[in-house]
Design a protein around this ligand. Structure first.
Ligand SMILES: C[S@@+](CC[C@H](N)C(=O)[O-])C[C@H]1O[C@@H](n2cnc3c(N)ncnc32)[C@H](O)[C@@H]1O
Length: 237
């Protein structure tokens, strides 16, 4: 999704950070190999707060891929264009999550993006926020079609800044309730498969909510992957 942005980076090789990469360097390495296909000079830095995890990853450094100790202050030589922070903020409180968003936003390239989200252990349910330097832009839900019964099951993966707001009276709760209703209404399309049902439910939901309906964030190409994106302000607390 951010390929065009990486390819058109005006200021030399784009810098990408994988924040809180975890016990193994492998997720950062995979990100690096994928992004090198998008931009042959992209540089990826894995940032981890746990010194043992940094030490374990160091032997895997190579040209364009490095690992450093640090946190939300993003200790890298220049402003990153993309930051991935997956399953990191989950362990913090809501107030801290807002603060960490702000700190990261102040450290990225003005045209850059932070993808901050959580996913289930096997990756079947996920949600992430795209944060720009100016603030949160979008909220995306992603599901494997066999991994849920109703869309609101994805609420367990909401970002820390929203997860406690999934209660009556809050927009995110209204949205998930409407999505469940659209999903139920579209049940007959399930005979063509859950993908068709997801697409039809997204079209129905888009009549009442500003769901992204065109690329790059929305429309059938994203919906058929089990994704759905809407502007942050539609669900913000
Ligand atoms: C659950 S793991 C996530 C690993 C990987 N990102 C993934 O999605 O599979 C969370 C990681 O975040 C790291 N972490 C926690 N707080 C951090 C911070 N402030 N800065 C950098 N890393 C942090 C932890 O040390 C841990 O390795």
């Amino acid at each position: 999704m951010y390929g065009p942005m990486l390819r058109s980076s005006p200021a030399g090789p784009p810098l990408v950070v994988d924040l809180g990469y975890g016990a193994s360097h492998i997720t950062t390495y995979e990100l690096f190999t994928r992004l090198r296909r998008v931009h042959r000079a992209v540089e990826v830095v894995g940032v981890e707060i746990d010194p043992e995890r940094v030490a374990a990853a160091k032997p895997y450094e190579r040209e364009g891929l490095s690992f450093v100790r640090g946190g939300f202050e993003l200790p890298v030589p220049r402003c990153p264009l993309v930051v991935r922070a997956f399953n990191v903020l989950r362990q913090y409180g809501e107030a801290a999550a807002w603060e960490h968003w702000e700190l990261m936003r102040s450290r990225i390239d003005p045209a850059g993006v932070i993808v901050e989200g959580t996913c289930s252990e096997v990756g079947h349910r996920a949600a992430w926020v795209a944060l720009g330097a100016e603030g949160p832009r979008t909220l995306t839900f992603s599901a494997r079609f066999t991994g849920f019964e109703r869309p609101s099951d994805l609420a367990e993966r909401l970002p820390k800044t929203l997860i406690h707001r999934n209660v009556p009276g809050e927009r995110v709760h209204a949205f998930l309730s409407d999505w469940d209703r659209a999903w139920a209404t579209c049940a007959p399309y399930g005979s063509y498969g859950s993908r068709q049902r997801w697409i039809k439910a997204a079209e129905l939901l888009a009549q009442d909510w500003p769901v992204a309906t065109t690329p790059p964030d929305g429309g059938r190409a994203r919906w058929r992957l089990g994704e759905l994106t809407l502007p942050w302000k539609a669900v913000s607390p």
